[in-house]
Design a protein around this ligand. Sequence first.
Ligand SMILES: C[S@@+](CC[C@H](N)C(=O)[O-])C[C@H]1O[C@@H](n2cnc3c(N)ncnc32)[C@H](O)[C@@H]1O
Length: 277
Amino acid sequence: MSHYENYSRTSATYDRTRQAQGVEIIRRLLSHNPLPLSEQVLVDAGCGTGQYSAALIDSVQHIQAIDLNPGMLTVAGNKLQAQIAAGNIELHQGSIDQLPIDAESADAVMVNQVLHHLADDVTAGWPLHQRVFAEFARVLKPGGMVVINSCSHSQLERGFWFYHLIPEAVDRVQQRTADLDVLGSLLQHSGFGEIGHETAIDIIMQGDAYFDADRVLDPQWRDGDSIWALATQAERDNALQKVRTLVDEGELHRFMQRHDETRLQSGQLSFTWAVLA
Ligand SMILES: C[S@@+](CC[C@H](N)C(=O)[O-])C[C@H]1O[C@@H](n2cnc3c(N)ncnc32)[C@H](O)[C@@H]1O
């Protein structure tokens, strides 16, 4: 479960604010396995409304998709009705640290924008992340690959113009986010061998809507990024007041452009991949 975002509520609007981004990267990374992609069994860990499963279902043999939130799974079930009926995908309600999947039954695991929702203890060495990665290692066949789609600390600082409105929330999400080097060491500790990272400079999580600066005042637009849920009510009110002032002064677009410049170097998303030894 996410300890800050209410996915039962957000499930109703999630697909209006987000799209599966970086699918081509995932497809290319998974194709490194000697087993052709079309014969692979893929686990979608934290599948949400099934956007990534829907984008990849025709490329792989079978998908096992897991999410904790029933609302998100209902949307996924509606979207993937035909593929479920055809036996190409199974949806499970469950947690990614206890996958309802047999040992050594999968060729690949993808986990897209989920790990920062784990209520982990950084000071104790990320025990929940360790449990999740041990679970990925259990369900993967030797030589299988995990792909983690996440935002690095530097991308959280430099990749999103509107994060400059809620710096305290950025701080909080950074504390819950294992940075790329930490992900690498934790994966190694869980038995993964070859490990690499790929940054997607040109991919924008919310697509074109990211540039609709005025829509920052629309709660549905804000629901497209769970970081808003990490801002206190007072911080959110301050941020929105600042936006209204910028709108009144005709300065909002310039504010967005100024704070978006660093994204062109950092990008917003990273893909960490690791092969089970
Ligand atoms: C930002 S959404 C990402 C959904 C999907 N992967 C995507 O990229 O569209 C995060 C999802 O992670 C799920 N989640 C959070 N913690 C989880 C856990 N421990 N086990 C399974 N799902 C979890 C939430 O319910 C939510 O659907």
